[in-house]
Design a protein around this ligand. Structure first.
Ligand code: MGD
Ligand code: MGD
Ligand code: SF4
Ligand code: MO
Length: 877
């Protein structure tokens, strides 16, 4: 694989995480797209992670939805849109405005979001528009509004370059914002920046950390309260800055009364943390879902902000609290008013002056006076039949909302459900009455805002396939068909952007922070060429940090410290459900895998869902490596592969969120997650449910490879792409008598030539299906988890592979082992062998020998782990 240098292609922005990396897309001769990092983009200066580098592999049309579909059959735009407009109009007429709802996404472009918000709040007359950002950023929004009077991220990425101490709280930056993590590591190398990670798990982000605090789940408020009390004790407060802050006394009293034991950390660890804070002036605290996704999420955010406010470490170079956003336009969605309790441009729904200003600006017939339903409540209302028409755009709630089985049932039972997506092969689309084909990344135009307030363009370089249309255009067309022709008469995203910029000027008039009115007159050409720019953008001000001057957005201009006290997660472990279930992300997959799952390279890193269990817990439950584990919670159940590791604490288990009804139905982890929310932010506690575990005694285990797609139907299965087709893990609770017919059915190959080896007494069967010499598919069955060289066997479909059924590499071909470096396809075994044989001692030496880790760098933490494994092993010898 080659990686071309800087090219003169189209500059756009990565559609994955909130780092917001600039990408250059260039058409290759063979009709594909070459993807490189944009060397001039201030978020990444040319770097991309494994997901960004693989974008070119996810642009195919194989799984795309090409035409509107109504009740499972292809339709046309005119009928589908008339139906949508009619059903929403009827619901409002018969049951009132609050009987309709939109559930949207932090991955929508700002222009899409603006139209959705305007249509629902201004014209349908309800505030029932909420977004998956409720599951993602709502606690930060609530915490920042309480502290600052507005939802502002004070700092910039440059602060990471200048900090002396960086604290990651509930953030696996190495896997979830890899390019920012590389930036932190560069600061470490350049100026010795110290790194602390606060996370119950030892993650890849800990590999370079000076200190890892394996905090008890939910213990963060107690930790930062302890720090605040310590800062007062050692006289490390900034009294001048505190003159600009309300609430100090009460907050300090509550902090001092809190119990640090709730952190589960040793005194030494607590002391080390406090000493690092007092020993370094320039501190950046990066926080993410370990903070937000909690029933005390807003309090966790304020506990962190309190420490920065009390020390004046905010708004200055190298200082500040830093909420890193998850989705590419999580920030844009917050700015544009995508949450049910916000208006637009950081204007407030509860404020009558703000409401009437927006209403006048939009010439809207009405404006809701109370906040709409937040995500979890919205789907509860759907389940209770209160929502008669629901439109889901760019998100997959049947998989990703807590208590997902209940959500799935609610959507299935709703009178009328529309889903806009780029594919209809999703759990949510399968439940919809109408599915609308949206244009995808690379085909659509608009803007996004990243974690540090930089607004960048996403640009179209590819034609829209089939009949797909941009999300803004679909929404505007429904607005027109519902009768608001002039207000939704948009012809381009540039036109929407100008309107939005003008509205932000109204907000600026109210003294709000979000003001990009400097762009109200931007012409189409200016929009086309818009360079990445940090807001605000007004005649008077542009970019920069907020709050250095001590000016905040509460009525008195001051900030607020918010008194908080630690609370335990809502679900309590006990005899029935003794384990705490933590959930999150893996390096190479994005959410429900509808895009990253198309790339064989990205699917090779971790090809199967899993649950991480501490070795002592596993031993206690007689769960061995590679066993399947049955998880039960009060909400639901699931089956996952055991990964036994001391990176989780005893009593905690961790499972990824990515697998779905399409890829591994028993691993839809949100089926087990309780729909418990933070009372302030409405954000669900996705990281602290309770479960029981038991070894699954399957009658048989299987591993399958196939050149063509398959859809197994056994008790456990997990499917992944490979370069040669597909691979699948299988298991069943009931005995199978006839493996030949099972295999023929599984692979849908009734007539293929067959080769079979069987030993029924050992429960062993191996079946190969061929067309002539060419291997089409193979199935390996055993009474225990199947032992074959998976990464090698998965390469065989399409080849002659005479020895395929041995499941082993030929003697002259070493097994590379599970993938570490997705960019160059380098596996664990290859790296370990090179380390041992070549006496390699650093990541750079491994890179020089194997190329691994030299492109995107996302695997560098894992290579560090492998290096220390060999060193430990040698030390023990
Ligand atoms: N590879 C990849 N990257 C992504 C995404 C993806 O799907 N894949 N999604 C993007 C999105 S939308 C988001 S929101 C971000 C999320 O980015 P992160 O928040 O970094 O990712 P998570 O894995 O959800 O959770 C982070 C960590 O919180 C820890 N945690 C759990 N409970 C607690 C607790 O009580 N206290 C503390 N301190 N920590 C706790 C978990 O162990 C986990 O390691 O990632 C973005 N980037
Ligand atoms: N247990 C647990 N659950 C979680 C989390 C967790 O950590 N643990 N994290 C939560 C968080 S932070 C988040 S952000 C959510 C994410 O969860 P979701 O948003 O539900 O997941 P995605 O897979 O990103 O869904 C995006 C959908 O949009 C489609 N799509 C892609 N491009 C386009 C487009 O241009 N237009 C349209 N209309 N559709 C498009 C995709 O095919 C896909 O179906 O999950 C949340 N759920
Ligand atoms: S860090 Fe990776 S996923 Fe995130 S924006 Fe950059 S390239 Fe995309
Ligand atoms: Mo997110």
């Amino acid at each position: 694989m080659t990686f071309p240098g800087p090219v003169s292609g189209t500059c756009t922005t990565c559609p994955y995480c909130g780092t917001g990396c600039g990408v250059v897309l260039t058409q290759t001769g063979s009709g594909g797209m070459a993807v490189t990092g944009d060397p001039d983009h201030p978020a990444n200066f040319g770097r991309l992670c494994s997901k960004g580098s693989a974008l070119g592999e996810t642009l195919g049309h194989e799984e795309r939805l090409m035409t509107p579909r109504v009740n499972g059959a292809d339709s046309d735009w005119d009928s589908a849109l008339n139906l949508v407009a009619d059903r929403f109009r009827r619901a409002i007429a018969d049951h009132g405005s609050d009987s309709v709802a939109f559930y949207v996404s932090g991955q929508l472009l700002t222009e899409d979001y603006y139209v959705a918000n305007k249509l629902m709040k201004g014209f349908m007359g309800s505030a029932n528009i909420d977004t998956n950002s409720r599951l993602c950023m709502a606690s930060t929004v609530a915490g920042q509004r309480r502290a600052f009077g507005t939802d502002t991220v004070p700092g910039t990425y440059e602060d990471l370059d200048e900090a002396d101490l960086i604290v990651l709280v509930g953030s696996n930056l190495a896997w979830c914002h890899p390019v920012l993590h590389q930036r932190v590591l560069a600061a470490q190398a350049a100026r010795g920046t110290r790194l602390v990670v606060v996370d119950p798990r030892r993650t890849a982000s800990c590999d370079a950390a000076d200190l890892h605090l394996p905090i008890a789940p939910g213990g963060d408020v107690a930790l930062f309260n302890h720090l605040l009390a310590h800062l007062a004790k050692v006289d490390a407060l900034d009294q001048d800055f505190l003159a600009r802050v309300n609430g100090f006394q009460e907050t300090m009293a509550r902090a001092q009364a809190d119990d640090p034991a709730a952190t589960g950390l040793s005194d030494d660890a607590l002391q080390a943390f406090c000493a690092l804070w007092t020993g370094h002036e320039k501190v950046v605290t990066i926080f993410s879902q370990g903070v937000n996704q909690s029933s005390a999420g807003a309090d966790k955010v304020n506990a962190i902000l309190n420490c920065h406010l009390a020390t004046g470490r905010i708004g200055k170079p190298g200082c500040g609290p830093f909420s890193v956003t998850g989705q590419p336009n999580a920030m844009g969605g917050r700015e544009v008013g995508g949450l049910a309790n916000m208006l637009a441009c950081h204007l407030e729904l509860e404020n009558p002056d703000h409401r009437s200003a927006v209403r006048d600006f939009w010439q809207a017939p009405s404006m809701p006076e109370k906040p709409g339903l937040k995500a979890v409540d919205m789907f509860r209302a759907v389940g209770e039949g209160q929502i008669k028409a629901l439109w889901i755009i760019h998100t997959n709630p049947a998989v990703t909302l807590p208590d997902a089985d209940r959500v799935r049932d609610a959507i299935a039972g709703c009178d009328f459900v529309v889903v806009s997506d780029i594919t209809d092969r999703t759990d949510t689309c399968r439940l919809a009455d109408v599915v609308l084909p949206a244009t995808a990344w690379g085909e659509k135009d608009g803007t996004v805002t990243n974690s540090d307030r930089i607004i960048s363009r996403q640009r179209a370089v590819l034609p829209a396939p089939g009949e797909s249309r941009p999300d803004w255009a679909i929404l505007a067309e429904v607005g027109r068909r519902m009768g608001w022709v002039a207000q939704f008469d948009y012809e381009s995203p540039a036109e929407i952007f100008r309107e939005y910029a003008a509205l932000s000027g109204v907000a600026g008039g109210f003294g709000r922070d979000f003001d990009i009115s400097g762009w109200s007159d931007l012409d189409d050409q200016g929009y086309a060429g818009l360079k990445p720019t940090r807001w605000p953008v007004t005649g008077a001000r542009s970019g920069g940090r907020f709050f250095a001057d001590g000016q905040f957005y509460h009525a008195d201009g001051k900030a607020r410290m918010v008194p908080v006290t630690w609370r335990a997660p809502v679900a309590r472990t006990g005899r029935r459900y003794p384990f705490r279930l933590n959930t999150g992300r893996i390096r190479d997959q994005w959410h429900t895998m509808t895009r990253t799952g198309l790339s064989a390279r990205l699917s090779a890193h971790l090809a199967e869902p899993f649950v991480e269990i501490h070795p002592e817990d596993a031993a206690h439950l007689s769960i061995g490596p590679a066993d399947l584990v049955w998880l039960r919670s009060p909400e639901g159940q699931g089956i996952l592969r055991a990964r036994i590791t001391d990176s989780v604490r005893r009593g905690d288990v961790f499972a990824p969120m990515h697998w779905t009804g399409e890829t591994a139905p028993s691993a839809r982890i949100d089926a087990l997650v309780a729909a418990v929310t933070d009372p302030v932010s409405g954000q669900p506690e996705s990281k602290a449910s309770v479960v029981s575990l038991a070894r699954l005694n399957a009658a048989w285990y299987g591993f399958a490879i196939s050149a063509a797609g398959i859809r197994p139907d056994c008790d456990y299965w997990a499917l992944a792409r490979t370069e040669a087709g597909y691979r699948a893990e299988l298991a069943g609770l009931d005995t199978v008598e006839d493996w030949e017919s099972y295999a023929r059915r599984l692979f849908n190959l009734p007539d293929a030539e067959i080769q079979i080896i069987e030993d029924p007494s050992r429960g062993m069967a191996r079946v190969a299906l061929r067309a002539g010499e060419r291997l089409l598919a193979a199935l390996f069955i055993a009474s225990e988890p199947v032992a074959v060289m998976r990464d090698y066997v998965a390469t065989l479909p399409g080849t002659t592979a005479p020895e395929a059924l041995s499941g082993m590499t030929p003697a002259d071909r070493p097994d590379p082992g599970p993938m570490v470096c997705s960019c160059f396809g380098v596996g664990v075994n290859t790296i370990l062998a090179a380390i041992e044989d070549g006496g390699l001692v650093s990541v750079d030496e491994v890179g020089a020998a194997l190329q691994a880790g030299t492109n995107c760098g996302s695997c560098r933490p894992e290579i560090t782990g492998l290096l220390s494994r060999v060193t430990l092993h040698e030390a023990a010898e």
